[in-house]
Design a protein around this ligand. Structure first.
Ligand code: NAD
Ligand code: TDX
Length: 334
């Protein structure tokens, strides 16, 4: 089977390629990635001799046409993925998340290639902190940020291409991922690498916002389950019952690093900051029989801290530029 993975040099895509090479040796993997600030060729070093890497843009119709023409399956991870960046410049979000997805859909439609679309629970907006409700596949779309609205737009394009043109697609909407190879702009790696470089972690607002954490390997095993057993045209929510508020996450990182639990700073809140995300993954579990492997968030966090401790050469080159970008964003947003 010939598999085209978009965004395979990013966090989740790279872990997906590693898992695929290990567990599906019959699959021929081609990665298409633009290598934006978020893409890193080094994340594919462990599998470099087992895959084909193509440097390019998913919104380039000729390139995409050529690659999709020889594929049996496309798994689409490529995206502009960071909410904070989308608040200061939404332009690349519209280009990659909307136009890029449209370009891929037109190509899979032309060649009748099976397509799996990776998306986020943020398309559903947020939940109240004291509301026991969780997102399901039936929750109405209500995105808050330029990032989540462009992801919502891309999901809706997929649904329309299934219904109008018979494209053979599935969609998954997953909660917040953590694990190795995540860019240091994101919450958990930012705080881990802050602590490792002697900087105090930064908590937006009061730190009460809740995210539903899942290990990246569990996200990717769910994606493979959907590729193999999912119903065409269907949406599956992916989550592993990992709700935690941000303050608890920072305190746990500090504790696991041997520091005082309160050695962090509160900083200005993110504009429009979603309060809480929570996933009900019943459909995935009962219809497709998927189960997560990482059930202990604290243990997963400890392993992730250890990964960053032992892979300084992977993240250190990005750290200064990332913190400079945060300072720039703070100036723009006031
Ligand atoms: P990431 O930012 O780490 O990686 C994105 C990758 O896409 C990078 O390698 C980048 O170079 C590439 N890319 C960006 N624009 C491109 C373009 N125009 N053409 C080709 N390649 C391009 O993102 P991630 O965290 O790995 O997220 C992957 C996918 O999973 C995204 O679709 C995201 O919306 C979704 N998702 C992420 C999370 C999470 O917690 N990180 C949760 C749910 C869903
Ligand atoms: O320094 C920080 N301090 C802080 O308190 C950062 C970077 C974040 N936060 C908070 C904001 C969020 O409540 O931590 C939480 C997580 O922040 P992010 O890592 O930026 O993730 P989030 O905005 O929740 O979006 C993530 O999950 C869904 C991914 O970035 C998206 O790509 C995915 O779709």
């Amino acid at each position: 089977m010939r598999l085209l993975v978009t965004g395979g040099a990013g966090f989740i895509g790279a872990n997906f390629v590693h898992q695929t090479v290990a567990d599906h040796p019959d699959v021929e993997v081609t990665v298409l990635d633009k290598l934006t600030y978020a893409g890193n060729r080094a994340s594919l070093d462990p599998v470099a001799d087992k895959i084909t890497f193509v440097h390019g843009d998913i919104a380039d119709p000729e390139l995409v046409d050529r690659l999709v023409a020889t594929a049996d399956l496309v798994v689409h991870f490529a995206a502009e993925s960071h909410n904070d960046n989308s608040l200061t410049d939404p332009t690349p979000f519209v280009h990659t998340n909307v136009v890029g997805t449209f370009t891929l859909l037109e190509a899979v439609r032309r060649y009748d290639v099976r397509y799996h679309h990776i998306s986020t629970d943020e398309v559903y907006g947020d939940l109240e902190l004291d509301d026991p409700a969780r997102f399901t596949e039936e929750t109405p779309y209500n995105p808050s940020s330029p990032y989540s609205s462009t992801k919502a737009g891309s999901d809706l394009l997929v649904r329309a291409w299934v219904r109008s043109f018979g494209v053979r697609a599935t969609i998954s909407n997953c909660s917040n991922n953590y694990g190795p190879y995540q860019h240091v702009e994101k919450f958990i790696p930012r705080q881990i690498t802050n602590v490792l470089t002697g900087v105090r972690p930064k908590l937006y607002g009061t730190g009460a916002n809740v995210r539903d954490w899942i290990h990246v390997d569990d996200h990717n095993s769910a994606v493979w389950t959907i590729i193999e057993k999912g119903r065409i045209g269907e949406t599956y929510l992916i989550g592993a019952d990992g709700e935690s508020d941000n303050r608890t996450v920072v305190e746990t990182v500090l504790e696991l690093c041997g520091q005082d639990k309160d050695a962090f700073d509160f900083v200005t809140d993110r504009p429009g900051h979603d309060l809480r995300y929570a996933i009900d993954a019943t459909r995935l579990r009962t219809e497709l029989g998927w189960e997560p492997r990482y059930r202990d968030f604290r243990a997963g966090l400890a392993a992730t801290i250890e990964w960053y401790r032992t892979h300084e050469t992977w993240w250190m080159p990005q750290k200064t530029a990332t913190e400079a970008a945060y300072e720039r964003n703070e100036r723009i947003l006031g």
